[in-house]
Design a protein around this ligand. Structure first.
Ligand SMILES: *[C@@H]1O[C@H](CO)[C@@H](O)[C@H](O)[C@H]1NC(C)=O
Ligand SMILES: *[C@@H]1O[C@H](CO)[C@@H](O)[C@H](O)[C@H]1NC(C)=O
Ligand SMILES: *[C@@H]1O[C@H](CO)[C@@H](O)[C@H](O)[C@H]1NC(C)=O
Ligand SMILES: *[C@@H]1O[C@H](CO)[C@@H](O)[C@H](O)[C@H]1NC(C)=O
Length: 361
C-alpha cells in the first residue's frame, strides 16, 4: 500500500521551505541592487537641478551619454568647425627670442618690478620652435596659479608631462612670487608650449602696504566699533562675515581675478580663442586623461546641456566610487566649496564673471 503524504506533511518539509525562502531572498536582492544601480546619484542630490537631470535622463538620444571613444568627439561640430583654427603658429616660424635675465637680486624690488613688467609685455611662449601652436574651439588652454611651493609645482609638472595631448595645449603659469627657483623649474618644461605671466600688484612687491600687510591694517577679528575707534585701514568695510582683510588670502583672490583678465583680455595669442581654459593650482596632480575627459564633457555639454557653463575636472569627496561612477558625469549648480577644483570654462562665462567685478574685488 502506497504511503499517502498528507498536505500537512508537505507544508512542513524543511528543505522545500528553505529553498523557497532562498529564492525569494535572491529575487529581492537582485531587484534591490537593480534599483540602487539605476537610481544612484551622488551625495547631496538636493543641490542638483532636477529638471536638468530629468532632461538628461529622458533625452531622446540616450546613446549620447555613453561616449567611450575619442573619435566620437569629431561628430559634434562637423569637419568645418572642429578644424577651425583660431591661433596658428607653425613650429620653427617663431622668431622671437627669450631674453633670459637671471641673477635678479630677490631683495631688490625695483628690479623685480622691471623684470615682471618686461616679461608680461613680451608674452614669450617657450617651445614654439618645437611644437608650434594651433588652438581652436576644441582645445584646452591650461592656466596654473603659482604661489611659492616649488616642491608641489614639480609634482604637478610630473603629472602634466604624462597628460595625453599636452603638446597641443598652451600651458600658462601665473605667478604672484617672482623667484629664480620657480622660474627655472618652469623653464625645464620641454613637453608643450609654455608661457609665464606675473601678477604685478603682489604682496612680494608691496610688502608694507596693500595688497601686502600695512602696519595700520585692522586685525582680522576686531569688532567694527573697535576698528572705527582705532581708525585702522578700511575700518568701515569688514567682509560679510564681519572680518577684516587677511593679506595672504586676499592676494589669492586678486591674483585669481587678474590672471583671468590677463589671459582672456590681454594676451595677444589668446585674442581669437574661444575654447576651454582649465584652471589649476600649484598643489594639484592631474590624471593623464584630463584633457580628453574635458573635451568629452564639453562635447556632451554642447549636445545636451547648453545651459551648463562650467566643467570641473575634480571634486573634494573623500570617498570615490570609481567602479560605479567612472563612466558618468554629474550635473549640478555651482558651489564654490565643492567645485573649485579643476574648473574649466570659456570666454563666454568670463564675460559674465567680469560683470560682477565690483562685488568680487
Ligand atoms: C559651427 O559652429 C557654429 C557656432 O558655433 C554653429 O552655429 C554651426 O551650426 C556649426 N556648423 C556645423 C557644420 O556644425
Ligand atoms: C585673430 O584673427 C584675425 C582675423 O582672422 C587675424 O588677423 C589675427 O592674426 C588673429 N590673431 C591671432 C593671434 O592669431
Ligand atoms: C622674424 O624676424 C624678422 C627679422 O628679424 C622680422 O622681420 C619678422 O617680422 C619676424 N617675424 C615674426 C613673425 O615675428
Ligand atoms: C635696485 O636696483 C636698482 C636698479 O638696478 C638700483 O638703482 C637700486 O640702487 C637697487 N636698490 C637696492 C636696494 O639695491
Amino acid at each position: 500500500m502506497p504511503t499517502l503524504t498528507s498536505p500537512l506533511d508537505m507544508r512542513f518539509r524543511p528543505v522545500r521551505l528553505i529553498r523557497s525562502l532562498f529564492m525569494i531572498v535572491l529575487i529581492l536582492f537582485v531587484f534591490l541592487n537593480l534599483h540602487v544601480l539605476m537610481n544612484f546619484e551622488p551625495n547631496n542630490s538636493d543641490a542638483y537641478d532636477r529638471t536638468l537631470l530629468y532632461k538628461l535622463r529622458h533625452s531622446n538620444n540616450l546613446k549620447a551619454h555613453v561616449q567611450t571613444d575619442r573619435s566620437q568627439l569629431q561628430d559634434l561640430d562637423g569637419p568645418e568647425n572642429s578644424s577651425k583654427v583660431e591661433v596658428l603658429i607653425l613650429p620653427n616660424q617663431y622668431n622671437q627670442t627669450f631674453v633670459s635675465r637671471h641673477n635678479i637680486p630677490e631683495h631688490n624690488l625695483t628690479q623685480i618690478k622691471l623684470e615682471i613688467d618686461r616679461r608680461n609685455a613680451d608674452q614669450y611662449v617657450h617651445n614654439l620652435q618645437k611644437y608650434g601652436l594651433s588652438l581652436g574651439p576644441e582645445s584646452v588652454v591650461i592656466v596654473v596659479q603659482v604661489h611659492d611651493r616649488a616642491n608641489y609645482l614639480k609634482i604637478l609638472l610630473d603629472s602634466l608631462r604624462k597628460v595625453k595631448g599636452i603638446e597641443k595645449t598652451l600651458l600658462i603659469f601665473s605667478h604672484d612670487v617672482f623667484s629664480e627657483q620657480l622660474n627655472s623649474i618652469v623653464e625645464t618644461i620641454d613637453f608643450c608650449p609654455v608661457m609665464q605671466i606675473f601678477f604685478p600688484v603682489s604682496a612680494q612687491l608691496h610688502p608694507k602696504e596693500f595688497p601686502g600687510e600695512h602696519p595700520n591694517d585692522c586685525p582680522r577679528n576686531v569688532k567694527k566699533d573697535q576698528a572705527l575707534k582705532i581708525k585702522c585701514n578700511n575700518a568701515n568695510h569688514p567682509d560679510k562675515y564681519g572680518h577684516y582683510r587677511e593679506a595672504k588670502y586676499c592676494q589669492t583672490k586678486h591674483h585669481w581675478f587678474w590672471k583671468l583678465f590677463h589671459v582672456f583680455d590681454q594676451l595677444t595669442v589668446m585674442k581669437n580663442y574661444t575654447g576651454l581654459v582649465l584652471l589649476l593650482e600649484e598643489d594639484y596632480y592631474v590624471a593623464p586623461d584630463v584633457i580628453t575627459i574635458l573635451q568629452m564633457m564639453n562635447h556632451l555639454k554642447k549636445k545636451d546641456c547648453k545651459d551648463c557653463r562650467m566643467l570641473t575636472a575634480g571634486n573634494y569627496d573623500k570617498t570615490q566610487s570609481y567602479s560605479i561612477n567612472s563612466g558618468k558625469v554629474e550635473l549640478g549648480h555651482w558651489i564654490s566649496s565643492r567645485h573649485n577644483m579643476g574648473m574649466a570654462f570659456t570666454r563666454d562665462l568670463w564675460k559674465d564673471i567680469k560683470k560682477c567685478t565690483s562685488v568680487i574685488l
